[in-house]
Design a protein around this ligand. Structure first.
Ligand code: BTN
Length: 317
């Protein structure tokens, strides 16, 4: 129904034509139109002409995401919420119930959005993209962190394609614009023995916030695509690009391994070749970031030439 109206590109479709196309009664069509209107989609109804799509809100409902989506696996099933504590939680529940690979959970708002190391993630209503994707790669557990890096390049490329801005990636999971965070990625996993059962890739992307939308403590640290580009972005278009890129890089990874991903990741990386400090649970390590290993582990060389492999840390640049 939604697809039929969208494909008519603003032209009228009569109730009878819609009923024929969909194979249902005209009463069912009317009910369906009311449902779409309730979800914020504006549809004009004119006697003797029929129905016409006037305006799509900047929504991320399943209909909106599916229409124009160019993927085969990712985003084919979407659970959309107006508000939820965290899309990660819902994704874990759905994955445990057997949701297929590519299932996506998205919410207009999160009331307890979570970041790495149990930090809060600020997720204001309709201003950003707060989503979690379920993947089911058949891989050993230690490969899971690589997916944070695969997701990071997928989002970085999508931001570049749509806004022309040039995001940089700060290992392992931050996307920066002008040194401020625009995206965070959180990869969680469920596994048995040595196998990944499922992965949940959570992405928080600051899209249409103005400075005043961020709390005081984030003013110096966070930014949005609107702040950096001066333009409002249609979130659905960005989501579709991310899903398309992520599917592409995921398939490359499955077929060819991490090396091609590593090359792309390093081209976006902010810190390679620079002096950085890694704040780890066992203390700080300062040195030159030499790159990442084939498993996505960060390598830092200290002044005494000792090479450190960093599996988990906050990076100061
Ligand atoms: C980080 O930078 O620490 C990661 C932030 C990840 C935030 C996203 S928003 C969608 C998903 N749901 C959550 O509760 N967290 C992730």
């Amino acid at each position: 129904m939604f697809e039929a109206l969208a494909e008519a590109e603003g032209h009228y479709l009569s109730g009878q034509r819609l009923a024929d196309l969909i194979g249902c009664s005209r009463t069912a069509i009317w009910k369906n139109i009311e449902e779409l209107r309730k979800s914020g989609i504006e549809i004009e109804a004119v006697r003797k002409k029929g129905y016409r799509l006037i305006h799509l809100p900047d929504g991320l409902t399943e209909n909106e995401i599916l229409y124009g989506l160019e993927t085969k696996i990712l985003g084919k099933k979407v659970f959309h919420f107006d508000t939820t504590p965290s899309t990660q939680l819902i994704a874990h529940q759905e994955a445990a119930k057997g949701a297929p690979e590519g299932t996506m959970i998205v919410s207009e708002e999160q009331t307890s959005g979570k970041g790495r190391m149990l930090r809060d993630w600020h997720s204001s209503k309709q201003k950003g993209i707060w989503m979690s994707l379920i993947l089911r790669p058949i891989l050993p557990l230690e490969k899971a962190p690589q997916f944070t890096l695969i997701a990071a390049i997928a989002v970085a490329k999508a931001i570049e394609d749509i806004t022309g801005l040039e995001p940089q990636i700060k290992w392992p999971n931050d996307l920066l614009l002008n040194g401020k965070k625009v995206t965070g990625i959180l990869t969680e996993l469920q596994g048995e023995a040595d196998q990944i059962n499922y992965l949940i890739i959570g992405m928080g992307i600051n899209v249409n916030q103005e400075s005043k939308d961020f709390p005081d403590e984030l003013q110096e640290k966070a930014t949005s695509l609107l702040i950096e580009s001066g333009e409002k972005i249609k979130r659905k278009i960005l989501v579709q690009h991310i899903l398309k890129n992520l599917e592409k890089y995921y398939l490359i990874y499955i077929e060819k391994g991490f090396t091609p991903i590593k090359i792309i990741w390093e081209a976006y990386a902010v810190s390679i070749g620079k002096t950085i400090t890694a704040q780890t649970s066992r203390g700080n390590i300062t040195g030159i970031a030499e790159g990442i290993t084939n498993d996505g582990v960060l390598m830092i060389r200290e002044r005494d030439n000792q090479l450190h492999y960093i599996y988990s840390a906050d990076i100061l640049i």
